[in-house]
Design a protein around this ligand. Structure first.
Ligand SMILES: *[C@@H]1O[C@H](CO)[C@@H](O)[C@H](O)[C@H]1NC(C)=O
Ligand SMILES: *[C@@H]1O[C@H](CO)[C@@H](O)[C@H](O)[C@H]1NC(C)=O
Ligand SMILES: *[C@@H]1O[C@H](CO)[C@@H](O)[C@H](O)[C@H]1NC(C)=O
Ligand SMILES: *[C@@H]1O[C@H](CO)[C@@H](O)[C@H](O)[C@H]1NC(C)=O
Length: 357
């Protein structure tokens, strides 16, 4: 029996009371797993309809693939609840062993929050999704909101080389998890751990967007689908359109085997099925949300700096150390000094010798 059935059962339990009344007699009569699956599916949909409003005809909420035991789902909900801002928004990152070891990516990521302007308190709202046991152990030793996402039969612990099979699996697993977070009613900012946070991003998010995504290359127009998005940093509001979109995105990987989430997004963004979802998508300017592909030149404006356009963990870390040092140097300057001498990023340096990422 699919583990996801227990998710459905949980929702059957917590869903609309009337659904429970309808369900209970059936549960007594049909106790085959399949019957339970179908019945609790309707309760789950009703539960979500209550949260998100009507009209979920286009999709049942249960055609996802991420299987949680009831315990895992309860745990995820608990972690999200503990970490959430009052407005049901969380910050999420994923972590594996290679990125979690001492003096590594995780340390730089967390350090950036402490060094940033007004970003330290965001650590109270950051959920680290650990993809293996070592990442889990390391997370719990340095951070308070950790969730462990297990995937049967896949070892996510080693460095995932760009575009290998395991790399792709890890990327798609993330898309699938974020869908579940949305279904649980949480808005989120997802950030890769190779993104340094130096300022509060929220003032730059649009009230009119469902889904905002950072760019490798930003062309100046926030609504132009020709921008080159980067899935490493997204802000997503939980609603029917975004849930449908995440399902569609995940499903679309079958049509484009061997491509990662970002490339598939580039493929499907002009597709009529995508347009039908009505997703309000916006692209974030690299002026605020920059990276090694296109750096944010103005230190007075930068919110985040991503080690994108770079493959290889060692190179990324070397260059992000420079980024942290440059930021510290900027922070130590007086206002007058900031006016008189322009600060430049020294990175990308090592990353210039790589591509992708
Ligand atoms: C989830 O469970 C279904 C049914 O048991 C199974 O076919 C599917 O492979 C599982 N998915 C994952 C990602 O484990
Ligand atoms: C949520 O926070 C409470 C209080 O700190 C803690 O006891 C509980 O274990 C946390 N829940 C999860 C799932 O982390
Ligand atoms: C949610 O709360 C955070 C912290 O108070 C704030 O920065 C953010 O703008 C809020 N988000 C929305 C959509 O209101
Ligand atoms: C849209 O979705 C339908 C049904 O899933 C599918 O048959 C069709 O190929 C999709 N269209 C495109 C342009 O991908």
């Amino acid at each position: 029996m699919g583990i996801f059935s227990s998710v459905r059962l949980r929702y059957a339990a917590t869903g609309a009371l009337c659904a429970a009344f309808i369900l209970l007699p059936y549960l007594a009569i049909y106790h085959s797993p399949e019957a339970l699956r179908l019945l609790s599916q309707s309760a789950f949909s009703q539960h979500l309809n209550r949260i998100f409003g009507k009209g979920s005809s286009q999709s049942s909420f249960l055609d996802g693939t991420l299987n949680f035991t009831q315990e895992e789902l309860g745990n995820l909900q608990g972690v999200l609840k503990n970490a959430s801002f009052k407005n049901k928004t969380v910050i999420i990152t994923t972590l594996n062993q290679a990125w979690a070891t001492q003096n590594s990516m995780l340390d730089l990521f967390l350090e950036s929050f402490r060094l940033g302007e007004g970003t330290r308190d965001f650590l109270d709202h950051l959920v680290i999704v650990a993809l293996d046991q070592v990442a889990h152990d390391r997370c719990t030793s340095v951070h308070k909101h950790c969730f462990t996402l297990r995937t049967d039969g896949v070892d996510f612990s080693g460095e995932k080389f760009f575009m290998t099979n395991d790399y792709l699996k890890m990327m798609w697993r993330r898309v699938d998890l974020l869908r579940v977070v949305l279904e649980l009613g949480y808005n989120f900012v997802f950030s890769d751990a190779d993104i340094m946070w130096f300022r509060d991003p929220f003032p730059h998010f649009s009230r009119d967007a469902d889904f905002e995504i950072a760019c490798d290359q930003y062309n100046g127009s926030p609504t132009d689908l020709d921008n080159r998005p980067n899935g490493g940093f997204v802000h997503v509001q939980a609603n029917k359109r975004t849930i449908d979109f995440y399902k569609f995105w995940y499903k679309s990987r079958e049509m484009y085997p061997g491509k990662h989430d970002q490339d598939v997004l580039n493929e499907v963004k002009f597709n009529s099925n995508f347009t039908d979802i009505g997703l309000k998508i916006q692209f974030l300017s690299t002026e605020f949300f920059g990276g090694f592909c296109q750096v944010s030149r103005d230190f007075d404006k930068v919110c985040t700096m991503h080690a994108n356009c770079c493959t290889g963990l060692v190179r990324k870390i070397q260059d992000l150390r420079l980024v942290i040092e440059d930021w510290k140097r900027y922070k130590s300057m007086t206002d007058l000094e900031k006016q008189l001498q322009k600060v430049y990023w020294r990175a990308p340096r090592e990353c210039l010798h790589s591509f992708g990422g």
